[in-house]
Design a protein around this ligand. Structure first.
Ligand SMILES: Cc1ncc(COP(=O)(O)O)c(C=O)c1O
Length: 399
């Protein structure tokens, strides 16, 4: 399947038409409708929200809150009341870690994560003020979560299972049906890091049924500085506030305060107003295009690229899962991934090199880093051909 003329919706290609952008997993390029909506917000609609007694503020408040409903619909979440805006997915996980440390964890509790996790789903647990033991799940030979190991690791001290929906290194997609079965009736909450999945495939919170789900707007053709945290009612009701300040209060005296109920308790201060308006436009773009069609398009490119890359001598591709997204990480024997990255850049091809904020995974694979290509809606087969032709040339120069 092809998305004819889709590049014309991404202004960066007007200035730089030959750009081959293969780093969407880090951050997606920006779609014009999102840029225009943000621009219009600042140019014509802007006022602080929730508190103004005037029309400009009231109108923008409505638009902002409508976006909460749009996000809930996009995720097929039970209600807009379960959607909390944060500054990033990273902040969403830190919020959960902080609130759980305050109200839920005890010293000696265990949480289960996997070796696939991004640092954003590792370090927040390290900096908890409770002594939490991390029980990591190993991977199978395809670079997927080892579900048998998960089964072994669950015990009476397990207080949370927190896993990526799709790896930002191997692209493998986690099978939450198996996981939900393993934790059923054990009263263990589930956090899903949807950063890589939500921009590429339809999320269905009602069927996934996690306690928490996070993603970042900037990976979904949207603005930076904005994350989405879905949280089940019982946690919204039981957690204490994460930060204090304006908007999250019920009543304030000089020496004490009481807090708003619901999601507002977690949104202290002036929120990311224009980014939320931008996200609204990027979600419209996603819905109009249909996330599952985007996935089909990207996987067609992935399969084409995988076959071409696999034909190189001395290439090692990390992760060969059948159920995956359009991300390929690889190394050439005796060549450094950063040399590959900078030489491709000279040919106007943007890929990622390094540890991808997954140092434990790099250590697990016994490597320092990889080259990584990741696909977005704007990529084409020509991009793949340009990549593999350029790699051919670079390898000849470097070896
Ligand atoms: C799987 C995964 N989780 C979490 C994050 C963190 O996202 P952000 O930096 O937008 O908070 C990323 C970013 O690359 C990611 O790929």
């Amino acid at each position: 399947m092809t998305f004819n003329n889709i590049k014309s919706k991404f202004p960066v290609f007007k200035k730089n038409p030959s750009l081959v952008f293969l780093d969407t997993a880090a951050s997606a390029l920006k779609v014009d409708s999102m840029i225009n909506a943000t621009n219009n917000c600042y140019s014509n609609e802007y006022a602080n929200i929730h508190r103004g007694a005037y029309e400009l503020s009231a109108k923008l408040t409505k638009k902002y809150e409508n976006t909460r409903e749009k996000v809930a619909k996009y995720l097929n979440a039970p209600s807009y009341k379960n959607i909390i805006f944060t500054k990033s997915a990273t902040e969403g996980i830190n919020l959960i870690s902080s609130c759980m440390s305050e109200d839920y964890f005890n010293d000696g509790d265990e949480i289960i994560i996997s070796y696939l996790e991004h640092h954003a789903n590792i370090i927040p647990w390290h900096i908890s003020n409770k002594k939490i033991k991390i029980n990591p799940i190993s991977l199978n030979e395809k670079g997927e979560i080892n579900y048998d190991d998960l089964k072994q690791k669950i015990n009476s001290r397990t207080k949370l299972v927190s896993l990526t929906h799709m790896s930002n290194v191997t692209g493998s997609i986690t099978d939450f049906d198996i996981i939900k079965d393993l934790i059923k009736n054990k009263n263990i909450p589930l956090l899903v890091d949807g950063c890589q999945f939500a921009p590429h495939k339809k999320v269905d919170i009602k069927s996934l049924d996690p306690d928490f789900y996070v993603f970042s707007a900037h990976k979904i053709y949207g603005p930076s500085g904005l994350g989405v945290l879905y949280m089940k009612d019982k946690w919204i009701d039981s957690f204490s506030p994460y930060q204090g300040g304006g908007q999250m209060i019920s009543n304030v005296d000089i020496d004490k305060s009481t807090y708003a109920d619901g999601y507002e308790k977690f949104e202290a201060g002036t929120p990311p107003i224009a980014p939320v308006i931008g996200l609204s436009a990027s979600l419209d773009f996603m819905s109009e295009t249909n996330p599952n069609k985007i996935y089909e398009h990207e996987m067609e490119l992935h399969d084409y690229a995988f076959d071409k890359l696999n034909k190189f001598n001395n290439i090692n591709i990390y992760g060969k899962s059948k159920n995956k997204g359009a991300i390929i990480s690889f190394n050439f024997t005796n060549l450094h991934n950063s040399d590959i990255g900078s030489m491709l850049d000279k040919k106007n091809i943007a890929i990622r090199s390094g540890h991808h904020c997954c140092q434990p995974l790099m250590k697990y694979f016994n490597i320092k880093g990889t080259s990584r290509v990741s696909f977005g809606i704007y990529n084409t087969k020509d991009d793949v051909d340009h990549l593999t032709d350029s790699l051919d040339e670079i390898i000849k120069i470097l070896t």
